[in-house]
Design a protein around this ligand. Structure first.
Ligand SMILES: [Zn+2]
Length: 245
C-alpha cells in the first residue's frame, strides 16, 4: 500500500509538473482547442486525485480498517483528520465558479430594458448603446449575448451574425464555467506555475473553440472579417484571424 501510494504521489507530481509544459508547447492545441481544454482539466483531476489518494494510502498503510486514523489511541489524530477535511473543503470552496460583476451589470441592463433585445434561435441578443466596440456572452437563465452599437455599426450583416454565433458558442459550450474553473484553480494554488499557465491557455482556447463553432455556422470568411474589426490590433485577434484564413 505504501509503494502504491508513493507511486500515485510521484505520478501526480509528474503530471502537475510536465502536463503544463507539454500543453503550452504543443502546436496541435491551436487546431483542437476542445481536446486541449479537456487535457488541461484531466491534468488537474489526475494531479489532485493522485496526490490525495496517494497520501491517504501511505498514511493509512497497516492501520486497522475499524479505526484507520488511530483516533482511539490519541484524540489529536482526530483533530488532524478534521484539519485535513477542512483543507479539502476550503480548496473546493476556492475553486467554486462565481459569476463576475460585469455579468450582473449586463443582466440588470437586459432586465430593466436599458438594452433593447430580441431572441435569435432561443438566445437573447441585446444591443447596448455604447461607442466602445464590445461583444460578450452572459451565462445563466437571464443572460444572453450583448453587442454594443459601437461594434454593430462597424459590421456588415454577415459579420454581425458571425459575432453573435461566436458569443452563442461561448454560452452553449459553457465557456464561462470552463474559464471560471481554471481561474479558481489559479486562485487556490497561485504558487503552482502550471495553474497560471492553465488559466492563461484556457482563456485563449475557449476563443478558438467559439470561433470554430461560429465558422461552421456562418463561414470562416465572415468571422475572420468580424474578428479583424472587433480586435484587429490585439495579439489574440491577430492569431484568431490567421487561424481562420
Ligand atoms: Zn469570445
Amino acid at each position: 500500500m505504501v509503494v502504491t501510494g508513493a507511486c500515485l504521489v510521484v505520478l501526480a507530481l509528474a503530471v502537475v509538473a510536465f502536463a503544463p509544459r507539454v500543453l503550452t508547447r504543443a502546436a496541435w492545441t491551436i487546431d483542437r482547442p476542445l481536446t486541449a481544454i479537456a487535457a488541461w482539466q484531466a491534468a488537474v483531476v489526475v494531479g489532485v486525485a493522485g496526490f490525495v489518494v496517494g497520501i491517504a494510502l501511505v498514511v493509512l498503510a497497516g492501520r486497522p480498517l475499524t479505526d484507520p486514523f488511530g483516533i482511539d489511541a490519541s484524540p489529536s489524530h482526530g483533530l488532524n483528520v478534521g484539519v485535513a477535511v477542512l483543507a479539502v473543503v476550503a480548496f473546493a470552496v476556492a475553486v467554486r465558479v462565481r459569476p463576475g460583476p460585469e455579468h450582473e451589470a449586463v443582466r440588470e441592463a437586459i432586465r430593466t430594458g436599458a438594452a433593447p433585445h430580441r431572441e435569435v434561435d432561443g438566445t437573447l441578443v441585446a444591443v447596448l448603446q455604447a461607442d466602445t466596440a464590445l461583444a460578450c456572452a452572459v451565462p445563466g437563465r437571464s443572460g444572453g449575448v450583448l453587442v454594443s452599437t459601437g461594434l454593430a455599426e462597424q459590421l456588415r450583416t454577415d459579420e454581425l451574425e458571425a459575432v453573435v454565433a461566436h458569443e452563442r458558442a461561448h454560452l452553449r459550450q459553457h465557456h464561462a464555467a470552463v474559464v471560471g474553473f481554471a481561474e479558481s484553480v489559479e486562485r487556490a494554488v497561485p504558487w503552482v506555475p502550471g495553474a497560471r499557465a492553465m488559466a492563461r491557455s484556457t482563456r485563449v482556447l475557449v476563443e478558438f473553440a467559439a470561433d470554430d463553432a461560429a465558422a461552421r455556422r456562418v463561414g470562416r470568411d465572415a468571422l475572420r472579417r468580424a474578428v479583424l474589426v472587433a480586435d484587429g490590433t490585439g495579439a489574440l485577434g491577430a492569431v484568431r484571424a490567421s487561424r481562420l484564413s
